[in-house]
Design a protein around this ligand. Sequence first.
Ligand code: TRP
Ligand code: ZN
Length: 478
Amino acid sequence: MGGMGMRVRIAAVVVAVLAAVAGCTGDDDPQPAASASPSVAPSFAPGAEGAGDPYFPTYGNGGYDVVGYDLKLRYDPAKGRLEGTATITAGATQDLSSFHLDLAGLTVGKVTIDGRPATAKAEKNELIVTPAAGIVGGQRFTVVVEYGGEPEPLSNEALGVGGWLRTADGGFALGQPESASTWFPVNDHPSDKATFALAMTVPEGVEAIGNGVPGRRTTADGWTTWTWTESKPMASYLATVVIGQYRVQTSTHDGKPVVTAIPESLPADGPAAKAMARTTEIADFLATQFGPYPFDAYGGVVIDDNRVGYALETQSRPVYGNVFFRTRPNATVVAHELAHQWYGDSVSLDRWQDIWLNEGFATYAEWLWQEHEGEQTAQQAFDRVYQGFDWKVPTGDPGPERLFGEAVYQRGAMTVHALRTTIGDAAFFKLLRSWPQSHSDGNATTVAFISDAEAAAGKDLGDFFEAWLFGTTAPPRP
Ligand code: TRP
Ligand code: ZN
């Protein structure tokens, strides 16, 4: 083992030196002096093909960090075809000889890095990009990928489908933990958040709703381009676009745009429309609990499609399956998805194992909302769930197949409530506001949460979290 590893390492150094020499001589463009340690020759190596998530080792990629995605796309609902250009600005986190992007089921044409042709090889759901010369660690670079095809969803045996779904009048991108790679080349892991700009061209008369702030809408030759900008860093699974026949409503709230959309197949004043109309009222209630709303825009999109039996907290503009609104304008689901704007979207996961930080708090927000609405107190909600609960699955380590199970949502919310009764309302509500504030636009872990909670409480909570997050029997009722 050792001898073999050594030979590989030596070979890698030789290749790296040759690459560095080639990079210097074969290139008359002035290169920015961006080496982190200029006295040391760079040792170029391929970026890892996964981001190293313990649950999903192949998700995302290593060796670089994306700063922003700029997508200029065209979708033809009649053909189910998507095509366009992705411009990805990133920083190398190591000396890179090549790197991976995630891209599933689409075909790549020309690829450039900083304007120079690069080679790209498709392998399963990965795109391996090799620049003409190595990229030095610490250096910024821009990858432009021309691509197209008929986007298709990814299916995960345990977690269902994610990604692009085609509809009779268009299509939409939706999924967790994976979705983005079905419609653009991406570092598809929440640990690499990036800003996002989308220009989506669709036939005139078709709507295309994305994340963030709406920009200019232009029409030429029977095609309309809708533009959307999310300027706060966003995890890739929170990117969405919904294309089809929609009633789009735009207003402002606290100076920020509010964009809601419901399908034309649903009545303009039905329960889905009524639920969407409560978006800012519910966001304002949550702001009293969690602190200022973290994004530059509000809104929501309802999808009327049997395949969408869920809602997703897509950044600043959650998407809701109409199942939630068949009989009434269910505000609880809106409270859940809007709570994620603080817990999950502004403060994002570093690894999927910590999913309770998203779902436990979003479910607890439902309880706070229901108490606010006079439906039931948070304590009553806790009591109902605690009674007869099956404690076998640990909330803090549910396993990749149970990412969205009861242990994460219900036991997660019970953990939040138990924390409240253990540390008292004053410390608890201070923590509920300080967590989204101090980790805003970033990533955080369960370990960091425990440490913040202990700081807010002024005491050790090791045993408490051990029992509530990792135990497999009923924790003592607080
Ligand atoms: N995070 C979503 C919620 O709790 C639920 C969810 C899990 C989901 N996996 C999904 C939604 C896949 C859409 C697609 O609100
Ligand atoms: Zn949720």
